[in-house]
Design a protein around this ligand. Structure first.
Ligand code: PMP
Length: 304
C-alpha cells in the first residue's frame, strides 16, 4: 500500500462545526453509529477545485439521515460551505470528499432517541478509482452471491453505512478471485448494481439501465442519462434480466468514485468497450470540469 492509512494523514477534518487536526477526528468506541449502523455518508469528487453536484450530495445526506430518523444539526447551505472549507483547507483541487453523520455515544442500545448527532467531513486527493489501463480495457466483474434486498426490509434510497455490508463482502469475494468488482442481482433476480456504482447496457444502440426501485439512483447515473439523451441516444429504464447480457454489445458502470468505467467481463460473458461508452466517458469528464456560470459554485480563491 503506497499511501498512508486514513487515520494518519496531514491536514484537518471538519468535525462538528470546526476544523480539527486530522489525527484528532476520533469518536468513542461506544458510539451508536458503530454498533447499530445509525450512520449515513456521502462520496463526492472535486474537479478543478469545484465539488461536482455538491448540493445534490448534501441533500441526499440530509434526506438519508431523516430516513434514518435523525436530523443533522446543520443546514444544506452550512454543509455545502463546510465541504468547500475542508477542500480549501487541504489545498486540494482534485479530491474525494467524504461527509459522514452518525449517532453518538450518549445512549447504548437499539433505541438512541437522544444521542447527539455528529457530522464530520474529510477530503483527500484521489485520482481514478481504477487504474487508467484497467479503465480503458474494461473491468472484470463476477457475480455476487448477495442480492439487493426488498425495499420493505431496508432504507434502500439512503447511503446508510449498514447497506454496505453486502457490498464489502461481494467486493472481497471478487478480489479474492482476481476480479475488479462484483455485480449484484436484486431480491427478484433482476440485475441491480455493482458494489458502489450503477450499471448500463447497450442493446441495439439503445442504453438500458435497471430501474432504481431497490437501490441508489446515483447522481452520476442521472448525469449520464442526461448526457446520453443530449447525444440523442434512447434510454430505457426497466427491469433487466441477467440473460439479457447476451444481447449487450457494451456494458459500463457509473458512480462518483468510478466515474464512467467500461466493463469487459461479467462471469462468463465478454464485452468490448465501444463508441457509446467511450463517448459518454468523455462527455462525463467534460461535464464534471465544465465551469458553472454562478458565483455560488465558484471555487474559493485558495482552493486550487
Ligand atoms: N450504488 C452504490 C451502492 C453506491 O455506493 C454508489 C456510490 N455512491 C452508487 C450506486 C452511485 O451513486 P453516485 O453516482 O451518486 O455516486
Amino acid at each position: 500500500m503506497e499511501e498512508a492509512p486514513y487515520h494518519d494523514r496531514p491536514g484537518q477534518i471538519w468535525y462538528d462545526g470546526k476544523l480539527v487536526p486530522w489525527g484528532d477526528a476520533n469518536l468513542h468506541v461506544l458510539s451508536h453509529g458503530l454498533h447499530y449502523a445509525s450512520c449515513v455518508f456521502e462520496g463526492e469528487r472535486a474537479y478543478n477545485g469545484r465539488i461536482f453536484k455538491l448540493t445534490e450530495h448534501t441533500q441526499r445526506l440530509v434526506d438519508g439521515a431523516r430516513t434514518m430518523d435523525f436530523e443533522i444539526p446543520y443546514s444544506v447551505e452550512q454543509i455545502d460551505a463546510a465541504c468547500k472549507e475542508v477542500l480549501a483547507s487541504q489545498g486540494l483541487s482534485e479530491a474525494y470528499i467524504r461527509p459522514i453523520a452518525w449517532r453518538g455515544s450518549e445512549m447504548m442500545g437499539v433505541s438512541a432517541q437522544d444521542a447527539q448527532i455528529h457530522l464530520a467531513i474529510a477530503a483527500w486527493h484521489w485520482g481514478a478509482y481504477f487504474t487508467p489501463e484497467a479503465r480503458m480495457e474494461g473491468i472484470r466483474m463476477m457475480w455476487s452471491k448477495w442480492r439487493r434486498p426488498d425495499p420493505a426490509t431496508i432504507p434502500c434510497k439512503t447511503k446508510a453505512a449498514g447497506l454496505y455490508m453486502i457490498c464489502t463482502l461481494s467486493k472481497h469475494a471478487a478480489e479474492k478471485d482476481g476480479y475488479n468488482d462484483a455485480l449484484m442481482l436484486d431480491y427478484r433476480g433482476y440485475i441491480a448494481e455493482a458494489t458502489g456504482a450503477n450499471i448500463f447496457l447497450v442493446i441495439d444502440g439503445k442504453i438500458h439501465t435497471p430501474l432504481p426501485d431497490c437501490f441508489l439512483d446515483g447522481i452520476t447515473r442521472r448525469t449520464v442519462i442526461q448526457l446520453a439523451k443530449a447525444r440523442g441516444i434512447e434510454i430505457v429504464e426497466r427491469h433487466v434480466q441477467p440473460d439479457e447480457l447476451d444481447k449487450a454489445s457494451e456494458v459500463f458502470l457509473c458512480g462518483t468514485a468510478v466515474e464512467v468505467t467500461p466493463v469487459s467481463e461479467i462471469g462468463d460473458r465478454r464485452f468490448t468497450p465501444g463508441d457509446i461508452t467511450r463517448n459518454l466517458l468523455q462527455d462525463y469528464d467534460e461535464e464534471v470540469r465544465r465551469e458553472v456560470p454562478t458565483t455560488m459554485n465558484a471555487p474559493k480563491a485558495n482552493a486550487a
